[in-house]
Ligand binder design. Sequence first.
Ligand code: CP3
Length: 345
Amino acid sequence: MSTEYDFIKACWGQPVDRIPVWLMRQAGRYLQCYKDVRAKGGGTFLDLCKDPARAAEVSIQPIDILNVDAAIMFSDILTPVETMGMELDFVPGPVFAKPIRTAADVDALIVPEDMAQAVPYVPAIIKRLRVALEGRVPLIGFGGAPFTLACYMVEGKGSKDFAALKQMMYGDFPLYDALMQKITAMDTAYLNMQIDAGAQAIQIFDTWGGLLAPHDFELYILPYAKQLINGLKRKGIPVIYFVKGGGTMLDLVKEAGADVIGLDWHVGLGKARDILGDDVAVQGNLDPTVLYAPKPYIEKEVQRILDENAGRPGFIFNLGHGILPTVPPENAIHMVECVHRLSLK
Ligand code: CP3
């Protein structure tokens, strides 16, 4: 167990010298060097995800540039869905050529028996990164939560309300359940494969979980999230569950059983910690648009969040959602520097 890393220690609720920090979507278009690597290969975004050398290169860029305390492998939550037999494209948002709508569509979905064989580039990226990082920072693997994957698989693309999935969920629960069972089985195998390959923590992104009322979250999301988290080889590997919009139902989000709860900025960090209790760590929750503010304002906001945490162990600083593509990199660098400087004991 790599308990020498502040990031891993914080996941377990252990004391740290300074608060660890990383940024969701920290590899990406706000960095010119990311755009350079993407252009270098000449291919698409999916080609980049499937090229272990270039994918590892862009995963390391934010470690060197921002001085963050964890690396996250470069990929996308939707790449493993291709292995279920669904054709995927990014334009740049994800598009599935044939969305899932009928029982025949669900029946036809494949749950690959060997995920390492189905997406060989993912363990290849992880193994490369573990070597290249030389123990500097731990490596986070990730996947989408079953509900968020279902949103895209049924809608076929991004949406404000994912009405097609809602229709299935409310109108034909057995079909919804059959779909969610298949996704959860694939997801469990996919994340365990990442752990086998060397991922040192796992983050589960439930970007659209907050679309549901708490009552519906309990019926339609929680059972599958619980099954997924319970099915992971968690010995020594902390699991982070990020539900965007989950701040109004933290008791239910906690029930999923993760070691760390990811928070967006719609809930106060102090209030969230009071509700969650001291047996679970939290990660968050700076509004990503604060990175457009002048530097002194960013510093004030970092201090405010540290004050809300009030020295409680089990805290990882992050944005409340992914970094935006037009953020000036120097502001992200400044944010990380502020977290380190202001939290140093
Ligand atoms: O954090 C990291 O640095 C790792 C990389 C990462 C990507 N996607 C790369 C990416 C991670 C962790 C994701 C997760 C992801 N992907 C989520 C969950 C987190 C979130 O942001 O809500 C979701 C919902 C997706 C699906 C997805 N992928 C969308 C909606 C889009 C289009 C919107 C956008 O940001 O462009 C993508 C494309 C995508 N995934 C890009 C990157 C760097 C942009 C593609 C490009 O370079 O042109």
